[in-house]
Design a protein around this ligand. Structure first.
Ligand SMILES: Nc1ncnc2c1ncn2[C@@H]1O[C@H](COP(=O)(O)OP(=O)(O)OP(=O)(O)O)[C@@H](O)[C@H]1O
Length: 313
């Protein structure tokens, strides 16, 4: 188990992480989400041992992780960390970058493993191309293959698909996360992409200003985000007075655009401000009693017109 126990961290006396605790069981896939600068990358660097916590402890299977103040070569043996800047060697080929840390003792086995990994990241045809001639997305895929090559027990991925186009990203992450699950590799992913968290994580950790503000399964967190901050990490969201739909309820509801639908005679009145084509319909921006609301509709609605909204159950 990976155990994060009450860790805090500051860069030059500026606090970045604040008393964070979490246990991650072997084989678990955790997504770490939060606004830019909330401390996601810093947390991964602390776990991998590139930084030392100013307070608290980290354990991997009862072994205390000591960080760079105690290890001559930073980085834990059982772990691999893929940083946002990939770290490939530019003057050697894609294959050589992947095979860099693999043993030369069994050359046929090594070649096979490199090929398998190139296939997994959809880069077989670039095997002999030097890294410096690959695009950003291609380099990111080779860097992913490189961290997988040594079969780590824990994989720490920082925005692993940020440079990869949607089409390839969808295929790649399905294949990658399937591979990690079947190989029982524990995986922590810092991400801004809601799909990484919703579709592929077992649990999601939400950070805000270096603090853990929510932790749950993706489904539970999506349906009951508990704050506008958490809900908005999954996309556009409306914060609506609960009494508007449920007279007995107090507080707010977090309603995603697809959870509202047009009902002309509904008492929630909205004036349409803008329409955004979204493929299978329109995302519509409206205003109701001075508050911006987003909802979906199968056609556009003229700006300036008024309509009613109700819950889409
Ligand atoms: N080497 C550093 N020296 C000083 N401050 C740093 C350093 N690295 C990061 N920070 C600051 O620490 C805070 C957390 O940074 P971090 O990179 O962990 O955030 P993040 O959540 O991963 O952001 P993003 O989503 O934009 O990658 C930010 O305010 C950042 O400016």
């Amino acid at each position: 188990m990976l155990s994060i126990q009450n860790i805090s961290f500051s860069y030059n006396n500026t606090p970045v992480l604040n008393q964070l605790s979490l246990d991650i069981i072997p084989g678990e896939h955790l997504s770490i989400i939060g606004a830019s600068g909330c401390g996601k990358s810093t947390l991964l660097k602390l776990i991998y041992g590139l930084l030392t916590p100013s307070d608290g402890n980290l354990y991997w299977n009862e072994k205390k992780l000591l960080g760079p103040d105690f290890n001559i070569v930073p980085g834990e043996d059982d772990m691999k960390y893929l940083a946002q800047d990939f770290g490939l060697m530019p003057f050697i080929t894609a294959s050589e970058n992947i095979g860099k840390y693999l043993s030369n003792f069994y050359p046929i086995k090594k070649k096979k493993r490199i090929f398998e990994l190139l296939e997994m990241v959809g880069m077989a045809e670039y095997a002999n191309v030097k890294a410096q001639f690959l695009s950003g997305g291609q380099q990111q895929r080779i860097a992913l293959a490189q961290v997988l090559a040594q079969e780590p027990k824990v994989l720490l991925l920082d925005e692993p698909f940020s440079h990869i186009d949607n089409f390839q990203k969808n295929t790649l992450r399905r294949d990658l996360f399937h591979h990690l699950k079947s190989s029982k590799i524990t995986c922590l992913v810092a991400t801004h992409d809601a799909t990484d968290a919703l579709s592929f994580a077992d649990n999601v950790l939400v950070l805000k200003d270096g603090k853990k503000i929510a932790y749950n399964t993706p489904k539970e967190l999506y349906l009951n985000p508990g704050s506008t901050y958490t809900a908005s990490l999954f996309g556009d969201v409306n914060t609506i007075d609960a009494q508007l739909f449920f007279p007995d309820r107090k507080g707010f509801l977090w309603i995603y655009p697809h959870q509202l639908k047009v009902k002309e005679d509904s008492k929630l009145r909205v004036k349409v401000l803008d329409n955004y084509f979204s493929g299978n319909g329109y995302l519509i921006k409206g205003i109701s009693k001075g508050k911006i609301l987003f909802f979906l509709h199968h056609t556009s609605i003229p700006s300036g017109s008024e309509t009613g909204l109700c819950l889409n159950r």
